[in-house]
Design a binder for this molecule. Structure first.
Ligand SMILES: C[S@@+](CC[C@H](N)C(=O)[O-])C[C@H]1O[C@@H](n2cnc3c(N)ncnc32)[C@H](O)[C@@H]1O
Length: 254
């Protein structure tokens, strides 16, 4: 049976690529991905047939990966972070569900997870995801804004730590400001906010700010925005500022 690996390669640095994902790439003759993700893989792409596709060509990319695997070549479809989180894995299964093609059913599919941007951002500042959290994409290209706004409102009222993916892009610049206003109606302006840009890549930048001070013009599409819940706290140690969200141990600590 032919094989398709559906792989998340982590936020960028190859040290964060799981051994299982690395092994799957090594086993593959063909790699299908957006060009930047192949670039981040460096030497791992050597000797492989690389099928680069531009952003916005996601359907074609998923079809291509299924077709190449169905033709008998062991293939890896690759996304950064976790391929199951706002990425390509879901499209593979949507195609199998909605546009099934007989040859694809002979493909053995294996999904391999990666470290997502929100986990990378959290690790850089401590433990902000220590209690209930959610992830929301602010891209309204495929999801109506009304749906996104409702989810932000519910997440804010539910006091979840919220990770915003796709916070802004060249064509979308107002959604993060609107999200900030919604959350401010149920959370204090002093709520810690983490901006993680280009996490684990050469130009990584981490900023700790507050909800009141959050300036959407300082955020771009390479940034993960994390809003603490009403109990998230900043801790200053001599060498570093940290953020954590308590799990309720405080009574046991006193
Ligand atoms: C289409 S989503 C892909 C998410 C990815 N599958 C993951 O699990 O991290 C793209 C968004 O993820 C976030 N992102 C992905 N990689 C990142 C990184 N290395 N540093 C900061 N943000 C990142 C940004 O918010 C970006 O706009």
């Amino acid at each position: 049976m032919s094989k398709l690996y559906v792989i998340g390669t982590g936020p960028g640095d190859l040290q964060w690529l799981t051994p299982a994902a690395k092994q799957a790439i090594e086993n593959s003759s063909d790699l299908v991905a957006y060009g930047l993700y192949l670039e981040l893989l460096g030497e791992l792409t050597e000797g492989k047939q690389c099928h680069e596709q531009a952003l916005g060509e996601e359907i074609q990319r998923a079809k291509n990966a299924l077709d190449i695997a169905a033709s008998g070549n062991t293939t890896s479809l690759i996304s950064s972070g976790d391929i199951g989180i706002f990425a390509m894995a879901t499209l593979v299964f949507e195609l199998l569900d909605k546009q099934p093609c007989a040859e694809w059913h002979n493909v053995d599919i294996e999904v391999l997870p990666g470290i997502s941007a929100m986990q990378a951002a959290a690790s850089r500042v401590g433990a902000p995801l220590g209690h209930d959290f959610c992830a929301i994409s602010l891209s309204d290209l495929l999801t109506p804004w009304e749906t996104i706004e409702k989810r932000i409102t519910c997440a804010a009222e539910g006091d979840f730590v919220i990770s915003f993916y796709n916070p802004v892009s060249k064509k979308r610049d107002w959604q993060l400001g609107k999200a900030k206003d919604i959350i401010l109606t149920s959370r204090p302006a002093t709520t810690p906010v983490i901006l993680g840009r280009n996490l684990t890549r050469e130009t990584e930048a981490i900023t700790i700010t507050t909800l009141g001070e959050l300036d959407p013009t300082h955020v771009d599409m390479l940034t993960l925005v994390m809003i603490g819940n009403s109990e998230s706290r900043v801790v200053n140690t001599p060498s570093k500022q940290w953020v954590y969200t308590p799990r309720g141990y405080s009574k046991k600590l006193s």
